[in-house]
Design a binder for this molecule. Structure first.
Ligand SMILES: Nc1nc2c(ncn2[C@@H]2O[C@H](COP(=O)(O)OP(=O)(O)O)[C@@H](O)[C@H]2O)c(=O)[nH]1
Ligand SMILES: [Mg+2]
Length: 223
């Protein structure tokens, strides 16, 4: 058999040549980059990014801390809606996680502007490295109006999202299953942009965290 000279192989045109698997990011230390209150403070738009969004108090900071294996990298607050800046975290200088401000009663106005946060709107509008949004939903509460508004907004921009059901440790097995079925059904009715059925997680006991990491790596690796 004639072995081709590797220097003459043009990657991309030869289907037998696969690019190396992405280095797993899970378990690597994350670094806090900046808490941006304006788009001028965003880091360079040059690494694959996922953004975490959800209502205030949904458990976003707790989930980020759990994912990044740090007790208080993303501040866990008992006062809802206190985080008004967009927090950027670097992981292995290969990817970034973005902690968006929590939203409250309304996320989007009648004119399809994000009323919850101007900086978040400029983030969604201009961030080319955004690979997808992780949309956190408190499983006990399900999809609320403001979640639906954000989903509708993401639809207008064609931004895909992964639904993640949080605080599942607060529900016993049966209501947990039922709530997940209900959530999956209402998501299907609302949107085609959900990347997968809702993923159930608990930042308290770690349920679902390895699966979420797998999904995150897949989203980050997608072109
Ligand atoms: N039982 C339980 N409580 C949680 C979980 N995640 C967050 N919490 C609690 O929910 C509250 C809000 O959490 P936080 O992470 O600050 O929410 P954020 O406002 O979305 O950032 C805090 O009291 C957390 O301790 C979870 O998975 N299980
Ligand atoms: Mg928070």
């Amino acid at each position: 058999m004639n072995t081709p000279d590797p220097t003459h192989i043009i990657t991309g045109s030869d289907p037998t040549i696969t690019s190396p698997a992405p280095t797993p990011l899970a378990g690597h230390p994350a670094q806090f980059l900046v808490g941006a209150v304006s788009r001028h403070q965003f880091p360079p738009d040059d690494l694959p990014e996922v953004a975490f969004a959800g209502r205030s108090n949904v458990g976003k900071s707790s989930l980020l801390n759990r994912l990044l294996n740090r007790r208080n990298l993303a501040r866990v607050s008992r006062t809802p809606g206190r985080t008004r800046e967009i927090n950027f975290f670097a992981i292995r200088e290969q990817a970034r996680f973005v902690d968006l401000p929590g939203y409250g009663y309304a996320a989007v106005g009648r004119d399809q502007r994000l009323v919850w946060d101007r900086v978040a709107e400029s983030y969604f509008k201009e961030r080319r490295c955004l690979r997808g949004v992780i949309l956190l939903i408190d499983l006990r509460r399900g999809l609320l109006e403001s979640d639906l508004e954000l989903i509708a907004y993401l639809e207008t921009r064609g931004i895909g999202f992964l639904p993640v059901a949080t605080k599942i440790d607060k529900l016993n097995a049966n209501p947990r299953r039922q709530s997940l079925v209900t959530l999956e059904k209402s998501l299907k009715e609302q949107t085609k942009l959900a990347m997968a059925p809702p993923l159930a997680v608990s930042s308290l006991d770690g349920t679902g965290i390895p699966t979420l990491w797998e999904q995150l790596e897949r989203i980050l690796a997608a072109a």
